[in-house]
Structures are given as C-alpha cells and as structure tokens.
Write a protein that binds this ligand. Structure first.
Ligand code: SF4
Length: 283
C-alpha cells in the first residue's frame, strides 16, 4: 500500500451495504470474482449492492500470471447454483447482473451450458433482469458454446483479451490472443444486436504502440465496449507491476478508444471489466 502512488490509495468503504452483500453471498454459498481476484473495488461495489458472481467453482483449469484465482482440478458444475444465483438477485434487488466463471477446459462445452442455465433461471425469477456474461475463451468449443448460449442471450457478451499479445506467454499461459478475438467476432456474427465487450490491463510492460494495435484488433472483431484499468498484483506469486500509469494517460486512452469506434469506454486506474458495468454511458 505504501508503495502505491497517491491516485491508487483510497479508503475502503464498508458500511451497511457492504455487510448486506457479504452476508447474502455467504448464506447462499456463492463465489465472486471480486473476492477471488482480490479486486480493489470490492468495498465500493459491494457497498452499493453489486457483485460479480463467479460460477462453476473457484478453482480454475488455467494458471494466468496476473490472476489470483486458485488453479487445480475444478469440481463438476453444481446444479443448485442457478437457483442460488436467482435467490441472490432477488434478495439484493439487482437489476443488472454480471456473471463470470473460471476457465473450464475440462468440460466438453467449456461451461457454456451452465452459463445458460444460470441466465435462464435468474430470468425466470427476475424477468426484467439485464445480463452481462464474461466468459472464458471456450478453447476448443467456441461454435458449440455460442450455439448453447443462443438460448440465453445476455445484453452484453464479454471476453477479456487482458493484455497485449506479446505478454501472453507470461500473463496468459494457455490463452491465445487470436482465439480471444475470434470468440468476440463469432459472438458478434452469431448474435446480431448483442453488445460485445473486452478489457485490457495496463502496467504489465506493454508499449503504447501495442495497446493501440489491440484497440484496432478489437474493433476489427466488432467489439463495442472496452474497459482499460491498472494492473495491480493480486497475490504474492502473481506478476509484478511494471508501471503505474497515471490517470491522465487513462483519460487519453479513453479518447483514443472512442476515436477508433468503441461506443462505451471506461478507462481509469480502478476500471475493471465489471466496474459500473450497468451504466448506460461509461463514466
Ligand atoms: S469491479 Fe467487478 S470484480 Fe471488482 S468489486 Fe466491482 S463487481 Fe467485483
């Protein structure tokens, strides 16, 4: 904390709203990416009654260098999870629900069927709900996964490229930049009207030229929405931060992203994929 630049230091608001979110999630045995990824926004988001649910367990089949989610052999999908998720949505009176998952390369459909079941059960109990799903890259089953998701289309389909392709060997072992772009492109082609979204972290050692190219690649893949945030080391054994990018630079990237055609851009040190995702216009 003491090593952080001033713009990354802030209090942890933990009032009644935070406690309510915490207790609801605990009582329903739901996992969140907020906790598993040590997200710095947890105090703020939970305090205002929102959280991003991590379905399909909290053990990931991959071991990305930037991430603190545990790696190992994931458990089978829990058939009670969709109903527990719907319960949470009702108790917390959520209007916009972001659902994500660990990578499930062990499942033939990459977990797409469980995403569908979760969306459909919540939709059955909360018909006005708007959904954003943040999915893994569905490694060998992208076509199949998108076919399955046709039965449970969200408002936003998100998949994160996370960083520039040159850093994939260190940051996203097991991932493929082209495969990630391909998933976004397929989602766009298969589901007209669907908003697609991706996220990028800065501070891992990328160059401006590489970031610029990622923006263009995402737009070429039809991506509509973008978040750009500061990478913060979430665990002792995670990759080190190479650079703390100042807020003005994030503002500059926001302008660049809008210039290349993104219609919704959140670019700020604390921006994360699901941060203020429900806003009509990014802050
Ligand atoms: S930004 Fe997303 S992951 Fe982080 S606390 Fe907020 S909802 Fe959770």
């Amino acid at each position: 904390m003491s090593k952080l630049p001033p713009w990354l230091r802030r209090p942890w608001p933990a009032g009644h709203g935070f406690q309510h979110t915490h207790e609801t999630l605990e009582s329903l045995r739901l996992e969140t990416i907020c906790t598993n990824a040590n997200c710095p926004n947890r105090g703020e988001c939970w305090g205002r009654g929102t959280a991003t649910v991590l379905i399909l367990g909290n053990v990931c089949a991959r071991n990305c260098g930037f991430c603190s989610v545990a790696t190992g052999e994931p458990a089978p999908p829990d058939p009670t999870e969709p109903a527990r998720l719907a319960d949470m949505a009702r108790r917390m009176e959520i209007k916009y629900l972001v659902i994500t998952s660990v990578d499930r390369d062990d499942l033939p459909d990459g977990g797409a069927g469980h995403f569908r079941d979760c969306v459909n059960e919540v939709r059955r109990q909360c018909p006005a709900m708007r959904f954003e799903i943040l999915t893994p890259d569905f490694k060998d089953c992208q076509e199949q996964a998108l076919e399955i998701l046709q039965d449970a289309l969200p408002f936003v389909f998100a998949h994160n490229v996370e960083t520039v392709p040159a850093l994939y060997p260190r940051a996203r072992v097991g991932g493929s930049y082209q495969r990630s772009l391909q998933l976004l492109r397929l989602a766009r082609d298969r589901c007209p009207g669907l908003q697609t979204k991706s996220s990028l972290m800065l501070g891992l050692g990328e160059t401006d030229r590489e970031v610029e190219q990622v923006l263009r690649d995402l737009r070429d893949a039809g991506c509509d929405r973008l978040t750009i945030g500061q990478y913060l080391k979430p665990a002792q054994d995670a990759l080190d931060v190479v650079e703390y990018v100042p807020p003005e630079k994030f503002a500059w990237w926001k302008e660049r992203a809008q210039e290349v055609g993104f219609t919704w851009v959140l670019s700020a040190p604390f921006a994360r994929s699901s941060y203020f995702a429900e806003q009509e216009n990014a802050r």
